[in-house]
Design a protein around this ligand. Structure first.
Ligand code: ZN
Length: 99
């Protein structure tokens, strides 16, 4: 299990960016923070942190050490009530994209 966090819904709505999961290449709004990689919930459940090959998280870990790291979203991916809220926002976003 890789611990992943949801991207802030406001940020997604603002920038309309979906990142692609590094394992399955599907668009996702969840992240593994310490390596700064997009990992979807499905792959987070079936992979370990050591499966992540590329590390983009040096700055994040440095900020954590210094105590200056601010999480854009404190929503951990297994908090399902929050997930529903986010899913609602993403549905709105996707329906806007179609237009
Ligand atoms: Zn995936």
């Amino acid at each position: 299990m890789i611990p992943v966090y949801h991207e802030e819904p406001e940020a997604i709505l603002q920038f309309q960016i979906y990142e692609l999961c590094i394992f399955c290449n599907n668009s996702t709004d969840t992240w593994h923070e310490n390596t700064n990689n997009p990992v979807c919930i499905g792959c987070a459940k079936t992979h370990k942190v050591s499966d992540i090959l590329e590390d983009h998280g040096q700055n994040i870990r440095k900020m954590k050490r210094l105590g200056t790291f601010e999480r854009g979203s404190s929503i951990k991916a297994d908090q399902s009530n929050k997930v529903n809220e986010i899913q609602k926002n993403l549905n709105i976003l996707q329906s806007n994209k179609v237009k």
